[in-house]
Design a binder for this molecule. Sequence first.
Ligand code: NDP
Length: 458
Amino acid sequence: MAEFDVDLFVIGAGSGGVRAARIAAGYGAKVMIAEEFRVGGTCVIRGCVPKKLYAYASRFADDFEDAAGYGWTIPQKPIFDWRSLVEAKEREITRLSGIYRANLERAGVLVEETRATIEDANTIRLSEGGRLIRARTILVATGATPMLEPDIPGLQFAISSNEIFDLERLPKSILIIGGGYIAVEFASLLARLGVQVTMCMRADNILRGFDEDMRTGLRDALTHCGVTFHFSTLPTRIEKGLNGKRAFFSNGTEGLYDEVLLATGRKPHTKGLGLGKAGVALDESGAIKVDEYSQSSVPSIYAVGDVTNRLNLTPVAIREGHAFADTVFGNKPVIVSHKKVPTAVFTTPEIGTVGLSELAARQSHDIVDIYQTSFRPMKAVLSGRTEKTIMKIVVDGKTDSVLGVHILGHEAGEMAQLLGIAVHMGAKKADFDATMAVHPTAAEELVTLRTRSARHSR
Ligand code: NDP
């Protein structure tokens, strides 16, 4: 009998796990993958994909309003049906999940739709039937789960991003606890769908770590579309009554809401996996400690994606999964860089960003030059919208290298993807200046920003 049943066992068929399984199988490895929920993982099933679909749905509210400025008369007030959107979303994620599964099977990967736990460094137990699988290498790609904090009485009455996509009906009002990615994205889309949105958070502004001007610009845009903010304020208790959920705040006030959404971060999904039994070291957040090749403290066990709490973004998990397979099964050691990773926040307007914020650059560089502009986007002129697009280029004053670019505006996510290439390649401000503009676009401002807005020396 062979010593191992498979060369690779992957726990978790999300973005990182699926990529690793397919690439390893492509190198000729015998691969098995287990998923306890739905193939596709958080991004496809209850994260990035449905969120973007809901953001698109919400933006029609603006389009209907803006149409009048362009000569359109809409005879009746448009009606939005939440259940139709939920059902359309369900069809799409089911289709995508099927594609993920088909791609795995086409690559020769054995798919087990059950929970899998680790028995020891080379053994996996499948929940269904208790079957034991001996694996030469194990990859943990179980992602993260919503953090249930702050720990206050009545927290069980709040929902998380796991539940919000499939609510039976659209709430009339919602309290969102937290000020990160998930909190602002849902605040933006729900407000446009007609929900009265209140946000509360422990910080004095949204999106800690993002460039200050983007944070403030987005806060103002959300305020403008009707979101109410309570900064430096958290609920101390939540009660559920016949009329809704009542939150009592640390500043002595209280409010009644149809729904309460907890968006206070996500924690690595390591509990109950048997990692302790196998001797896998975790850090203080519960994440699997890995080296630059995603190898854990147990040589036969690797981990990629949010379960390692490095940079919790889908494309990063995919890249880590691919690099793992190249390294372990393709004989091509690859280290994933977590620097200069472009990212976007899918609010309306969006934030698109790559590289250092102004503050981070000023803390790490002697001379920092800022090129910044703020303008009303062309589309808003005829529609009469008062929104602003903000763009900022952060430059190393000594070398002229572009350290970061930050955009608040329509399609900022699309711009961030392309800016990511330039910044990754080490573009100088002079390269931006030498690039011909595309006219008329918003992005052309990035190559026509000639006048320095500020210079900061340490
Ligand atoms: P974030 O880390 O973005 O935000 C968490 C928020 O909760 C912050 O406002 C934080 O406050 C607050 N918070 C954390 N702990 C507590 C606590 N104990 N009590 C009160 N408040 C607390 O997490 P999200 O849940 O929004 O998103 C999870 C991850 O998913 C993100 O890190 C991101 O990587 C990913 N994601 C990416 C998206 C994208 O790329 N567009 C979209 C959605 C999610 P403070 O700022 O003070 O720490």
